[in-house]
Design a protein around this ligand. Sequence first.
Ligand code: NAD
Length: 376
Amino acid sequence: MLIGVPRESAAGETRVAVTPETAKKYKAQGHTVRVERGAGLAAACTDAAYEAVGCELTDAAGAFAAELVLKVQRPNAAELALMKSGSVLVGMLNPFDAEGLQAMAQAGLTAFALEAAPRTTRAQSMDVLSSQANLAGYKAVLMAANHYPKLFPMLMTAAGTIKAARVVILGVGVAGLQAIATAKRLGAVIEASDVRPSVKEQVESLGAKFIEVPYETAEEKEAAEGVGGYAKPMPPSWLARQAVEVAKRVAAADVVISTALIPGRPAPTLVSEEMVKSMKPGSVIVDIAAGRGPGGVGGNCPLTVANQTVQVHGVTIIGETNIPATVAADSSALYARNVLDFLKLVIDKEAKFTLPTDDDIVTACLMAQGGEVKRK
Ligand code: NAD
């Protein structure tokens, strides 16, 4: 197939969907790969590196006109206009954006959103949420350390002892677990909260303490089980008790990394303004849920401002919405391998696109086909 790799146009997006490493594999499979000039530059993939593995360099129109277009983010209206009806699009297309899906369907695309893949063992190698959240969790801790006016580890020096930083992690999915592991490596003392009780063991195995909030009703227990490994919104009774426990830890914390998300819903509010006021001057919050709070405002903290670092009540609140883009070389390398693995499900041995009807991953990721939105 003719594969097109456009340069990402969304503000702050530095990643690329195909690296020279995966381009080489596509070439070996018999595809032609056309890369927009400069598409990989921000991810440390030079035009020369693509040419060295046999890619052709092109402009945006050339990349979007391919039979199979590989993207990081969803194409905008102008980019969709460059795409051919009947072509295949793979990317992080936002399955919850009904308007966006409609636009892709109207453009006649067969569109796959990789974020919609099930969280199963077979889908692990193409799980873009995991590959990117893992890096976000790591980098969030480094961002916090960079803004925090103290060190993370306990240090005993001739000039006195420095106390270890207290880090609170809210939401212990993929990003939260990596944040715990990273903060631990830096020497912090860590406590973590999640709605899912199964997380406790993982938190403890990384050397952190789990913030216990008992489930008192059948409704609370049922909600805590979540669905498909994901959290469901918890009843207000449980959230109120969680808030009391979290408030105590946040008041004593030096750093809070919040990662709590519920698919298709606003991020839960876990760090209120009152809690921020209770924090010590110089403390830092990194809100990975930035821009995803109620109405798209705030994140896990209502004071978070998307894509800004603000100082409120003496606390630094970091609202970077695309942390993986700050480590574009690694995030692109992992994302590009996710894409390569997904394509193995829809491209046959003759290097032709074939849509299996009985593959749960393909069915879950299929968002548009034949002019219709197909999202399951
Ligand atoms: P996510 O990004 O959707 O959410 C982050 C975390 O926030 C989750 O752990 C969630 O429980 C938590 N959360 C939601 N509301 C909260 C609240 N009010 N308070 C505290 N925490 C709250 O999650 P994710 O990182 O994408 O992981 C989702 C699930 O998928 C996890 O169970 C993870 O282990 C699982 N997973 C499985 C596989 C696999 O089996 N292949 C791969 C990746 C992830």
